[in-house]
Design a protein around this ligand. Structure first.
Ligand code: NAD
Length: 339
């Protein structure tokens, strides 16, 4: 007897999770999705209004730090898989108040792993019959690797060296996932991706902030000298990578996902300003609004990902380069901010 997968997705009302759920439900119309999200300031119900009435989609408002709730959901829905996005995700917030990062990112991830283990395994080291394919997919970040200098790329074997409370909490969660594979033999996969951009990202993040401030004619704040480099990944390319690693990735492995789009923050701001100069012309170029502000403490200089493992082993490649993805993104936010 084959039954349709029933998947617990956490954090599905946030930026990447909501893009993923929408993508996934269109592609796999027979899979059941339960989205567990606490609806913190970072989540938006409207992010999933397009699928809210799908019969195979259920939203549950709840906290991954509540282990009893997770247990009761596993009993009710008999999940075959977990795809774990829920996290506190903003580095600046982790500097101001790290507590929630430790609770959600570390303790929350532990709760999910541990309940999945008791549901899928009959004893330590022995997976229940028929449960061998049950997978725990953990979504993580390239920030766990720390910072790069002018050259070099992060690979899956780069040593972990997190520098912010956010990246330290994500590194801890990655290690917990790793330990559930090595200790208990649980079927786990982790993907570590670079900076995402695209529709539905929270206003606090760099690209929405640049667009929003520019449209209001306000100063566009850029940290330090604007020379910090990130490797930008269009969110739908990330979703396709997660799907591949979830379906075909090897248990116990990690896969880096990056867009090969290294751009510095000043370049990002100038590119957005010149797109807006065309779409919403004003007297002065929007770039005259760019203002340098004091740097973030412990600001990593450069992140860049070598994605050859997921490309060669799972056949992933990015469809968007930064210049095509950013035009779609700017148009999406113009539509949002001008409503
Ligand atoms: P986000 O901040 O936009 O969304 C996080 C979601 O998790 C929100 O809907 C929030 O309500 C929910 N949440 C937070 N705490 C919760 C809790 N205790 N219980 C249940 N739900 C909770 O984040 P995002 O940008 O979509 O990131 C998703 C994942 O991808 C995170 O694990 C993040 O570390 C990782 N990641 C993000 C990026 C990026 O560029 N955005 C890059 C690398 C990795």
């Amino acid at each position: 007897k084959t039954s349709n997968p029933s998947i617990l997705i956490t954090g599905g009302l946030g930026f990447i999770g909501s893009n993923f759920i929408q993508y996934y439900l269109k592609k796999y119309s027979k899979h059941q999705i339960v989205n567990l999200d606490k609806l913190t300031y970072a989540g938006e119900l409207s992010n999933l209004k397009a699928v809210a009435n799908y019969p195979n989609y259920t939203y549950i408002k709840g906290d991954i730090c509540d282990k009893d709730l997770i247990k009761s959901l596993f009993e009710e829905y008999n999940f075959s898989h977990v795809i774990h996005f829920a996290a506190e995700s903003h580095v600046d917030n982790s500097i101001a108040s790290p507590d929630a990062f430790i609770n959600t990112n570390v303790v929350g991830t532990f709760n999910l792993l541990d309940v999945a283990r008791s549901s899928w395994m009959e004893s330590p080291f022995k997976v229940k019959n028929g449960r061998e394919k049950n997978r725990f997919h953990h979504i993580s970040t390239d920030e766990v690797y720390g910072t790069l200098g002018e050259t070099g790329l992060f690979t899956e074997s780069t040593p972990y060296a997190p520098n912010s409370p956010y990246s330290a909490s994500k590194a801890s969660s990655d290690f917990l996932v790793r330990s559930y594979f090595h200790t208990y033999g649980m079927n786990v996969v982790t993907t570590n991706c670079s900076n995402n951009y695209g529709p539905k990202q929270h206003d606090e993040k760099l690209i929405p902030t640049i667009i929003r401030k520019a449209l209001k004619g306000e100063q566009i704040p850029i940290y330090g000298d604007g020379k910090n480099i990130r490797d930008w990944l269009y969110v739908l390319d990330h979703c396709k990578g997660i799907d591949l690693a979830f379906q075909k990735g090897k248990s116990g492995e990690t896969y880096n996902i990056g867009g090969k789009n290294e751009r510095d923050n000043l370049y990002i701001a100038n590119t957005i300003c010149s797109i807006l100069d065309n779409l919403r012309p004003r007297e002065d170029s929007y770039s005259s609004l760019i203002t340098f502000v004091s740097d973030r403490p412990g600001h990593d200089f450069r992140y860049a990902i070598d994605a050859s493992k997921i490309e060669n082993q799972l056949g992933w490649s990015a469809d968007e380069d930064f210049e095509s993805g950013i035009i779609k993104t700017v148009n999406w936010y113009i539509n949002k901010y001008e409503q």
